[in-house]
Each structure stands twice: as C-alpha cells, then as structure tokens.
Design a protein around this ligand. Structure first.
Ligand code: AMP
Length: 396
C-alpha cells in the first residue's frame, strides 16, 4: 500500500509518497510559489537524481498534476500507474471543536474545514484546495484529513477555557485549541514506547521546538494542556512569533504606531520572536552564531526562548503533579544539544540530570539523561509525514 501525504500552504505544497509495507519514503518534494511568478517543483525520488522544474503553477490543481506527473515520470518517477496510490493523507490545520481524530474526507468534513477558515485563515483554505485538487486529479481514491488540532481535543475545560466573557466561547468558539498535534501524538507515543513507560500511568512533556514551537502535557497518552491557543501565536518564543504577551501590548503598539489590530497581530506573527529580539534572523543557527560572537540581542533572544520553554515545563509538571519524561523534538529540539542543555539547566528541582556525552545527538532517538536522573529526558525526531501516513492507513 502506497500513501501520498500532502501538506498545502497558501503558496506551497509539500508531499511524500510512502510505501507502507516498510514505511520507506519513495519520493518527496515541494512545489513553491504557487500562484506567484517563479513557481518551482523540486522532486526527490529515493535513490535517483532530483528533478527541479521551473514552470508556471497558477493554482494547487496544477501543482498536484505536476506532482503526479513527476511520480509517474519515466526517469524520475517511482510508480507506473496512479492506481498504485491507495489513499492521500492531508495535513489540515484546524478542525475547531469538531474532530478529535483523523477522518476520511466527505462533504461534512469539507464543511468543517470550511467552517474553520476564520480560525485558520492562512492554512485551512489552502488545505481544502489541496483536498479538492486531489479529488479531481485522483477520483475514487480516499482522502484523509489529519488535523493539527485533533490530539489536543482531550484537554479539560479548565485548560482550554480563556477567562473572557463566556458568551464569546458560546458564540464564536474562542478557546485554546493547540497545534502540532500530529507531532505531539507521535512523539509522546514514541516516548512511552522507547522509554518503556507504562502507557496507562505516564506523565510526558513534549517540547516541539522548531521554527514554530509548542509544549504539551500528555497524561496517560492523552493531551491535558498545550501552549498554543486559539491560533499558533500563543505560548513559546518562536522563530518569528512572540508567543505569550500581555494582550494590551497590541492596543499600545496600535495607538503609538497608528496601526490596525490586524497589522499588529501580523507583526507578532511574522516579525517577532527570536527575529524580533535579535533583529538578525528567525533561524536559530544564525542567532546562536551571533550569540557566540558576543551579540547582546542575540543572547537575550536565545535566553528568552530557553527561559520560556523551561517555564512551560514547570507549569506542566505542576498540571500533571509530576513528570516521568521530557522529550525534545523538531528542528531545534532534535538537533541542538546546547538548547536542550540550557533548558534542562533550569530543571534541577525536578532532579533532571543530562549526560552531556549522550546529549551530543542529532536526528536520532536517544535517552539523554543519566541513569540517576529524576526524570527521563529524550531526543526523539518527529516525523509528521509518517504519522499522517500511518493514521491514513489505519482509517482505510
Ligand atoms: P523546523 O520548523 O522543525 O523545521 O525547525 C527549524 C529550526 O530548526 C530552524 O530555526 C533551524 O535553525 C533549527 N535547526 C535545524 N537544524 C538545526 C541544527 N542542526 N542545529 C540547530 N538548529 C537547527
């Protein structure tokens, strides 16, 4: 069984074709600048030369067709017929309060994705376009929606309710939803398996630290709290996002700079975080390089990032009345020993001890704490595409 995994952004489309017999990636690639001048497809078939094709892509329908053409290509292709694709798994950002699991797409599911456009204005429309483009290009092949919010639907009311007038929750469903759910589900499950924890008696904190970042508290395999909120802006200091701030800052900047609320939120999403503080880059490697060269603002940016992660770990240890395992994942979490060390340096009160030799790990599953550490600490690579493919297979 071969499953095509699709992740549509507003002007991009990432894909992987995975053979579920051995979970091998047969090909992966990316369409960029869809609907903009200079569209380009980069297709990487396993064990073959990559194909880079600059060609106009006026919409996602054309992009999907180009992906299928590449998968079927005589030289760069990996299948000989579209019928080899058993199903398509789509990463979809927001399912609001409606779904706590992945689901086979039908008209009701598409309506939910559409109804959540306001909650995920950048992603949900693109996700729906991707689903409809696949329906047209591969009629009869099932599409599965795997939602970023779904894993967090087990949060109790006290964790997801904002302390604002209740009518806004009733009228507009304003509450914490959480994101990166596919990653938190996959990594918390791997932590339990890899760390030999009791699935029914386990307290796991997952730190998904990438360009976007979030922390989740997972009690007995179920999410009980997470740092992102109504949108992916809340929580950690991120590459370009502020994370938690006093909401009055929005009004203050709007008044001082004569900007609209939308413009200020845009600044908090795109020009803040480690980019905003450092003034240099949203990429952790760039900012760390500047930090090591003595740049003060780069230093504060990294320190603020680390401090926020440590505060969330403390909060979630309190929420679960303890913690058995802390796991780092995503670009920074999987690869950056210095950041993991710096976060764990705050956790002495939990009895956390890191083995600095074991911590020198990149992109590999490993326990990085010492045998006498009060809490097990792991680095576990996330694999959102594989998780989407597995959930798609399970639903068939
Ligand atoms: P992601 O959003 O998960 O792809 O993560 C992207 C972030 O991970 C970027 O800010 C990168 O700087 C960071 N990152 C990726 N690889 C490394 C690495 N080897 N060391 C440190 N940071 C890394």
């Amino acid at each position: 069984m071969k499953i095509l995994v699709i992740n549509c952004g507003s002007s991009s489309l990432k894909y992987q074709l995975i053979d579920m017999e051995n979970e091998a990636v047969l090909a992966k690639g990316l369409c960029e600048r869809i609907g903009i001048e200079g569209s380009v497809l980069t297709h990487k078939p396993a064990g073959k030369e990559k194909l880079v094709k600059e060609t106009p892509m006026k919409d996602h329908q054309i992009a999907i067709q180009l992906v299928l053409d590449a998968l079927l290509d005589k030289v760069y292709g990996v299948i000989s017929n579209v019928s080899e694709i058993s199903a398509i798994g789509h990463r979809v950002l927001h399912a609001g309060k409606y779904y706590s699991d992945s689901i086979i797409v039908n008209e009701d599911v598409k309506k939910v994705v559409r109804d959540c456009f306001d909650l995920g204005p950048l992603h949900n429309p693109a996700n729906l376009i991707g689903i409809e483009a696949c329906e047209k290009a591969m009629p009869g092949v099932p599409n599965v929606a795997v939602f970023d919010t779904a894993f967090h639907q087990t949060m109790p009311e006290k964790a997801y309710m904002y302390a604002i007038p209740y009518e806004y929750y009733e009228k507009y469903d304003i509450r914490r939803y959480g994101f990166h759910g596919t990653s938190h589900r996959y990594v918390s499950k791997r932590t339990i398996e890899f760390g030999n924890l009791d699935p029914d008696n386990s307290k796991v904190i997952v730190c998904h630290l990438g360009n976007g970042g979030s922390v989740s508290a997972v009690l007995n395999g179920k999410c009980v709290d997470t740092s992102m909120g109504l949108t992916p802006l809340e929580g950690l200091v991120m590459g370009t996002r502020s994370g938690d701030i006093d909401p009055a800052v929005v009004q203050y900047i709007a008044n001082k700079e004569n900007k609209s609320v939308n413009e200020v939120i845009d600044i908090l999403n795109k020009k803040s975080g480690i980019l905003g503080i450092s003034g240099l880059s949203s990429d952790f490697r760039d900012v760390q390089k500047a930090q090591s060269e003595g740049d003060h603002r780069a230093d504060i940016a990294i320190e603020a990032f680390v401090y926020r992660v440590a505060k969330y770990i403390g909060a979630y240890a309190a929420a679960m009345n303890g913690v058995d395992a802390i796991t780092f994942t995503a670009g920074v979490g999987e690869n950056d020993a210095d950041i993991r060390n710096a976060v764990c340096a705050y956790l002495g009160y939990l009895g956390v001890h890191i083995d600095t030799e074991k911590n020198k790990v990149r992109g590999e599953e490993r326990e990085i704490s010492t045998p006498d550490s009060g809490v097990k600490v792991f680095a576990i690579p996330t694999n959102e595409e594989l998780a989407i493919a597995r959930e798609t297979k399970e639903l068939l």
